[in-house]
Design a protein around this ligand. Structure first.
Ligand code: NAD
Length: 511
């Protein structure tokens, strides 16, 4: 389907943070844009602000003054909604209120031509519901930009029950020509990103609540081992706990209390205390002048004579860790394994090291008849990760702890000991993200490809959760989730049926 030509006039309603940004994107792409706000003067103020933002780019040499003048000349402010009558597409970005949005779309329907496309930038309302009373609901869709719209790449093109494929495809093509990464989503709570991202915050909050470690350490692990740009606590502090908690609550309520989306009492307490994050000066961290950022809990240097590392079984995803060990001068000895579950055990003398599989170390040590067992966490890239989380079974001696610490330190990694927690930090977070993405695919919210693309372009994940799950092997991901579910006895960790089916039928999410 072809994109709207640049000759098509774009109408934008609401000249706040999002509306002004969207108007700028459309004008930069070459469209004439009418920006309307019902507060007198707000549309003009919005355009003045766009000019100021663009002129900062001129000062940095990224744009010429001529470019800015051309873009601003294409933007026309309007205090009256009638000015939108000739628009080919109208994008609404007003207050997040269903009744008000419905009224505005009813006005637009009366005003614009029958083939004008109508779009809402809503984050949390149902497109089906906004469109329900329209005479032609089939031409209405969601066009969900992220904040700030001129910078953030992702646009979710959201189809309601009545939206035609033709409308969704035209919006998809148009957003793409505007330089955005467009994905298709069906109108379900949270669409793609606000749904699939929930476990990133939720698992961090649970790990903290259960005393696995502190916020600074969990953040550091997700950055340095998981490859995420920010950890969950620093990110929630940036988003604002009021906003993040409200999104979680609305998704939880919308899915009729599915425990996978259960809000956290830890976050509720921050909201109650007014500790909203950066904007209030205090969240998980303090942002007051002179307050030092807490440092992650890292083991001090340990010197120990390292025996050869004996590898039993197929290394699979941890193969790069073994290469790194060899390069660090550690002798690596391979041994055949009778175990057929695809997981390798590493031996340093009597100490067993293994990648977590969702069981806590105590349970696994008992199940497998091991005495000294240290579990290590998943890393995005074992060759370059600069930190790793470890957890030991209750029978592991202090000397064995030291040996495990010395081993990973020899590889140049910061070593963090967690209390014995199922799934550790990165593995647990990544498997739950993949699980949520799989369920979204199962329920027809998005394709696997768009799900991954959305999480990379919308929230900067280092890898799409489903591609990540593919690379770990779906049987392993499914087993990890099953172990988490058994560990907690909670529905929350149940494996998505699609993940289970793909694991059993040896299919991956991506070809
Ligand atoms: P905002 O408060 O910054 O701006 C809203 C603007 O709409 C205001 O200028 C207001 O005067 C105007 N307005 C309100 N009612 C109006 C009406 N009936 N007619 C015309 N103008 C009207 O809000 P925002 O943050 O830009 O959010 C706008 C929409 O975008 C909401 O639906 C929100 O859910 C969605 N959204 C917000 C973000 C975000 O991070 N802020 C991200 C994605 C989507």
């Amino acid at each position: 389907m072809a994109a709207l030509p640049t000759s098509a006039v774009i109408g934008v309603i609401g000249a706040g943070a999002m509306g002004a940004g969207i108007a700028q994107v459309a004008a930069q792409a070459g469209h004439s844009v009418v920006l309307h706000d019902n507060q007198p003067g707000a549309a003009k103020a919005g355009i003045d602000n766009i000019r100021r933002q663009l002129e900062k780019r001129v000062a940095k040499g990224k744009m010429t003054q001529g470019d800015v003048d051309n873009i601003i000349a294409r933007l026309q402010p309007a205090d009256a909604i009638n000015a939108l009558a000739d628009s080919r597409l109208v994008i609404e970005a007003i207050v997040e209120n269903l009744e008000i949005k419905r009224q505005v779309f009813a006005q637009l329907e009366a005003l614009c031509s029958p083939d004008t496309l109508l779009a809402s930038n809503t984050s949390s309302l149902s497109i089906t519901s906004i469109a329900a009373n329209l005479e032609r609901p089939e031409r209405m869709a969601g066009l969900h930009f992220f904040n700030p719209a001129p910078v953030m790449k992702l646009v979710e093109v959201v189809s309601g029950l009545a939206t035609t494929n033709e409308v969704a495809d035209t919006l998809y093509a148009t957003a793409s020509t505007w330089g955005k990464v467009a994905v298709h989503a069906s109108s379900t709570p949270g669409f793609i990103v606000n749904r699939v991202a929930r476990p990133f915050y939720a698992e961090g909050l649970r790990l903290l609540q259960e005393g696995a470690s502190d916020a600074a350490t969990i953040d550091a692990l997700l950055r340095q081992a998981g490859g995420f740009r920010m950890g969950p606590f620093e990110l929630m502090d940036l988003i604002g706990h009021d906003v993040n908690y409200a999104v979680t609550r609305s998704v939880f309520d919308a899915y009729y209390g599915d425990t996978r989306f259960k809000p956290s009492l830890v976050q509720q307490a921050l909201v109650e205390a007014g500790r909203l994050g950066r904007k209030s000066g205090q969240g998980f961290y303090s942002y007051h002048e002179h307050s030092a950022k807490p440092q992650p809990a890292i083991s001090g240097p340990v010197q120990a004579e390292l025996p050869p590392l004996v590898v039993q079984g197929e290394p699979g995803v941890i193969a790069p860790l073994l290469e790194r060990a060899q390069e660090a001068g550690i002798e690596v000895v391979r041994r055949e394994s009778l175990q057929q579950d695809g997981t390798a055990r590493l031996y340093l003398g009597d100490l067993v090291l293994a990648l977590s599989d969702g069981r806590c170390a105590a349970e696994r040590a008992v199940n497998e008849g091991l005495e000294a067992l240290v579990l290590f966490d998943l890393c995005l890239d074992y060759r370059s990760a600069s930190a790793i989380a470890l957890a030991a079974s209750h029978m592991t001696s202090p000397e064995a702890h030291q040996l495990a610490t010395a081993f990973f330190q020899r590889l140049g990694m910061d070593v963090t000991w967690l209390t014995d927690t199922p799934g550790l930090v990165v593995l647990r977070t990544v498997t739950m993200l993949a699980n949520e993405a799989a369920d979204a695919v199962l329920q027809g919210v998005c394709s696997a490809q768009d799900g991954d693309l959305a999480m990379q372009a919308g929230v900067n994940y280092p890898r799409g959760p489903l591609a990540w799950a593919d690379s770990l092997g779906l049987p392993f991901v499914h087993r990890t989730l099953t172990h988490l579910q058994q560990s907690y006895g909670e529905e929350r960790y149940r494996s998505s049926f699609l993940l289970r089916r793909n694991a059993l039928s040896e299919e991956s999410f991506h070809e």
